[in-house]
Design a protein around this ligand. Structure first.
Ligand code: WQD
Length: 320
């Protein structure tokens, strides 16, 4: 078996490549290095440089490496950017998947693990978000991920492909400092950036109907995310049918919980500034995780402290 990991030089992709290599799988990473970095790719994998939109390249890579399954992670992933430039998101995330699946169909590759997102749910008004909670995404980013799931469902019906849609909740942490998230777009890196610049971190909304008034999210360690991909890939290799799974911990942490843990880990003062609510932010998004536990035998192992501590080690490596 050989697994192709698209986006394999990116933050999440490099962790997935590493988990597959450590499991003894043959792995090829395809990455256009727009945000990925070649030296993140585990030396046990082969790196092919280029875009999934390059149909000729996709076919060559599938053929030359004898690829039997694809983990598709290459995508744009910033909600705000997707509102400003939806065509970019439909091109990269939807056309990119179409191009990849064209190649898979031509080369008889029938197994796909798809990087989906809790953004497909939009503003879920439930205590725990199950995979059956109706999806009403609020951004072109979330829409592009839901469209990807529909595309895969249709390819399952028509061509007999099997797809595992993995809906990530809030990914954080790193398995090794050099694999840390280089982006400064999400809460934990934004808090680190503020502390480094001697500013107070901002808390977007302190009047939400949650226990401490700040938004609650389900933070999950990228190493756990990578293990879930490995479990999904192995299940497909064992003949499992396609499925859709949340990947979270099933536990909520508020923005103030995160600040408290950052203070414990870094020893820095995380006094914050209360800022207005950010448009489109749901108050409470926590995953139901029974389906992935039963279907793939997967349970997240790392807690919030482990995420923050590892993310901080990664941050300090990049910002000495
Ligand atoms: C987390 C919480 C903010 C910054 C997004 C996407 C989602 C997924 C993960 C990919 C929120 C609050 C943030 C700050 C703050 N991406 N916050 N001050 O919005 O939950 O999820 O990334 O699949 O689809 O929507 O993540 O890290 O931006 O915010 O108070 O400076 O932290 O309001 O409650 P979010 P986030």
């Amino acid at each position: 078996m050989t697994w192709l990991v698209t986006g394999g030089a990116g933050y999440i992709g490099a962790h997935v490549v590493r988990a597959l290599v450590q499991d003894g799988q043959r792995v090829v990473a395809l990455d256009d290095l727009s945000t990925g970095e070649a030296d993140r790719v585990d030396p046990g994998a082969v790196l092919e440089e280029g875009s999934v939109l390059d149909r000729g390249l996709v076919r060559r890579v599938l053929r030359e490496h004898g690829v039997t399954g694809v983990v598709h992670i290459a995508a744009k992933k910033q909600v705000g950017e997707s509102m400003a430039d939806p065509l970019l998101y439909y091109r990269e995330n939807v056309e990119g998947l179409v191009a990849l699946l064209d190649g898979c169909r031509a080369k008889g590759v029938d197994r796909v693990v798809f990087s989906s997102s809790a953004a497909t749910y939009g503003l879920p008004d439930v205590d725990l978000v199950t995979e059956d909670t109706p999806g009403v995404p609020l951004s072109p980013y979330g829409e592009s991920k839901l469209v990807g799931e529909w595309l895969l469902r249709d390819c399952e019906r028509a061509y007999g492909m099997r797809a595992m849609n993995l809906r990530y909740f809030n990914v954080a942490g790193t398995a090794a400092p050099e694999l840390g998230d280089p982006g400064v777009f999400n809460l934990i890196p934004l808090v680190f950036a503020a502390l480094e610049q001697g500013r107070n971190p901002q808390v977007f909304g302190t009047d939400y109907p949650t226990p401490d008034g700040t938004c609650v999210r389900d933070y999950v360690h990228v190493e756990d995310i990578a293990r879930a991909h490995l479990a999904a890939a192995r299940a497909l290799d064992d003949g499992a049918p396609g499925a859709t799974y949340n990947i979270g911990r099933g536990e909520g942490s508020s923005v103030l919980d995160v600040l408290r843990v950052v203070q414990e880990v870094t020893g820095l003062d995380t006094s914050h500034d209360a800022a207005p609510r950010r448009e489109g932010d749901p108050a409470f998004v926590v995953a139901a995780v029974d389906r992935i536990r039963e279907g793939l035998g997967f349970t997240a192992e790392h807690d919030l402290r482990s995420m923050v501590a590892s993310a901080w080690a990664g941050w300090r490596l990049r910002h000495p």
